[in-house]
Each structure stands twice: as structure tokens, then as C-alpha cells.
Design a protein around this ligand. Structure first.
Ligand SMILES: [Zn+2]
Ligand SMILES: [Zn+2]
Length: 331
């Protein structure tokens, strides 16, 4: 079968590999998303991923064999977290922040391939009516559901999202769907801002004046909640600067190391700095349940469809800051 294999830093290829053997339910993959984490792996900067590795942790598939309660043709998405079940965090009921958390497509073979085997317990049913490019976004949507819950967003909150990549944009779409009336996106990429405006988002090019203007528009001195989805030091600084006294800043992006933050500001203004990592099983199931209502916005975010053989070029483009907002490859 064909699979997108991470071979070496900056080297990914579509290869013919043996069909997956062993435990788990055999799946015929329909579509798989390319995520920021895949780009980190591609650059050789992921601390755990080791070549050769079949990429892909965001996929929708059809069951290929009657097995363990599933029938051939059933449609599923993969819950990609592999928790140890025995560490203190797992035992405390928070397996999503397992101390040795692993994922399909990062630590184990993933779904950017014609077929993959996944244990039945990690499969979640999804309706036939959801377009494949939308269903493949269950995982990033779950990230957004989790982040919104961690930040305790209410419909009346004035929300800012710094970093309008796939996660920031999906988060904005999700909050809009949830009835949050004021959601403003900020990004450093002018082309992206123009596209987001065309897509109906309230988006602004990052600058001190842009934050000021955004707050003037809503008549506030600071945002109630700011999501940092950019992964950049300036974004963290901006978030702490423009959140209101007593507000919340959620770190959704994956930072590669320590950054200086203004602790005096955090303490004196009683700002809550909130960590978020992936999603719980409940967040993921809720994301799957709301895909029908999110179809229009998630289709817009996915844009054009690509094939499996396009994946290496797509990874290179995205790593160079080009390519679509969210790349989904059809299999
Ligand atoms: Zn992802
Ligand atoms: Zn654990």
C-alpha cells in the first residue's frame, strides 16, 4: 500500500510499504489532515518522532473488516492519544496529559496511508453525511473544544485569538458556532488576513494600533479571554498586554521552550495563564457530534482537496509558510 513516510529530517516520501499487520481494526483511510505537528516532525524538530514513520494523526476511515463490534464499511475517526494508564496523571483521571503521552502518527504509524490498524477502543463513529475533508478535522476541532473549555469562555466574553493558523481559525469558527458574540483574530500574515475577512471572520493584521482599534470597537479596555495560537514570544507578550484585569490567557500553541513573561503584570492584574494540551475523550466526542453544524466553516478552512501523492510537496510548502490554511489529503 502507499503511505506518506517521514524518512529523515526534511525528507518525506510516498512509499510502497507492506499492509499493516497485527492487532487493531484494519481501516481504509479516506482523508487525513496535515497538522503543525507534522511540520515539526518533517523539520526533524519533534522530540519523539523517529524515522521511518508513517505520518498522520487526523484521519477519517472506513472499517475494512468485520471486527470487534465494527462492520465493514462503518465510518470512523481515530482518537489518536495513547496514554499509559498507569502514571499518576492517568490514574487521577486525566489520561490526555499522561506523563508519557504518545500518539498515532507521531510515535506509532499513522493514517496518512491507504490503510492503518487502530485498536477498536480508539475509534469513534462518524456519520456518512459529513464530507471527508470535514471529518478529517475532528482532531483539530477537539483541540479547540478543549481550549475553549479550559478558558471557560462564555457567550458574552470579548475574545481575541492571536495566531490565525488552522487552529486559531477553527477556534474562531467554533466560538462563533457556540454563540460567542465577539471573536477577533490577529495574525502577522497580511494575505491570510485578507482571506479570513473574505471568509467572514473579524481579522486584523497584528500591530499595537490594531489591538487598540479592536478594543475601541467593543468599548473595552482589555479582552476577557485571549487564546495564544501563534507559538511566538511576541504573541504571548501581546496577550498579557491586551487581556483585561482579571482576564484569562490560554496557551494553545506548542512552544519549543521557555519564554520570558511579565510575572509582575500577571500577579498585579490577577491574569490567569492557562495551559492547554490536546483534548479529553469527551472533548473529542463532542467535536465529532458537532461536525454536522460546523460543515460549512470547516469546508471553507480545508479549501481544495489534495491527493496522497501531493503530501510531500504540501509539507514542504507549509514548512516554508506557503500552501493552504489547512491541508487535507484524500486517500
Ligand atoms: Zn493535529
Ligand atoms: Zn499515563
Amino acid at each position: 500500500m502507499k503511505a506518506v513516510v517521514y524518512c529523515d529530517p526534511l525528507s518525506v516520501a510516498v512509499q510502497d510499504v507492506p499492509a499493516p499487520q497485527g492487532d487493531g481494526v484494519l481501516l481504509n483511510v479516506e482523508a487525513c489532515g496535515i497538522c503543525g505537528t507534522d511540520l515539526t516532525i518533517f523539520k526533524g524538530a519533534h522530540p519523539r518522532s523517529k524515522p521511518p514513520l508513517i505520518l498522520g494523526h487526523e484521519f477519517v476511515a472506513r472499517i475494512a473488516e468485520d471486527r470487534e463490534g465494527f462492520a465493514k464499511g462503518d465510518r470512523v475517526v481515530c482518537f489518536p492519544l495513547i496514554s499509559c494508564g498507569t502514571c499518576e496523571t492517568c490514574r487521577s483521571g486525566q489520561p490526555h496529559i499522561c506523563e508519557v503521552l504518545r500518539l498515532y502518527g507521531i510515535d506509532e504509524p499513522g493514517g496518512m496511508a491507504e490503510q492503518v490498524r487502530i485498536p477498536a477502543a480508539d475509534l469513534i463513529r462518524i456519520g456518512d453525511h459529513i464530507p471527508a475533508a470535514v471529518a478529517a478535522q475532528a482532531e483539530p476541532l477537539a483541540v479547540c473544544v478543549h481550549a475553549a473549555r479550559r478558558a471557560r469562555v462564555k457567550p458574552t466574553d470579548a475574545v481575541a485569538i492571536i495566531g490565525a493558523g488552522p487552529i486559531g481559525t477553527t477556534l474562531a469558527a467554533f466560538l462563533r458556532q457556540e454563540g460567542v458574540s465577539s471573536v477577533k483574530l490577529f495574525d502577522t500574515n497580511a494575505t491570510r488576513i485578507d482571506r479570513l475577512k473574505e471568509g467572514g471572520f473579524d481579522a486584523k493584521l497584528v500591530s499595537p494600533a490594531a489591538y487598540k482599534q479592536a478594543l475601541a470597537e467593543i468599548g473595552r479596555s482589555g479582552f476577557d479571554v485571549i487564546f495564544e495560537c501563534a507559538g511566538a514570544e511576541q504573541a504571548v507578550t501581546d496577550a498579557l498586554e491586551h487581556v483585561r484585569v482579571g482576564g484569562r490567557v490560554a496557551i494553545v500553541s506548542i512552544h519549543k521552550g521557555a519564554l520570558p513573561v511579565d510575572l509582575q503584570r500577571i500577579a498585579f492584574r490577577e491574569i490567569e495563564l492557562i495551559g492547554t494540551r490536546v483534548y479529553t475523550r469527551a472533548d473529542f466526542e463532542d467535536a465529532v457530534a458537532m461536525m454536522g453544524r460546523m460543515t460549512e466553516s470547516l469546508s471553507w478552512i480545508a479549501g481544495d482537496a489534495y491527493g496522497l501523492t501531493d503530501a510531500p510537496d504540501m509539507l514542504r510548502d507549509l514548512a516554508n509558510g506557503a500552501g493552504p490554511l489547512k491541508a487535507i489529503v484524500g486517500v
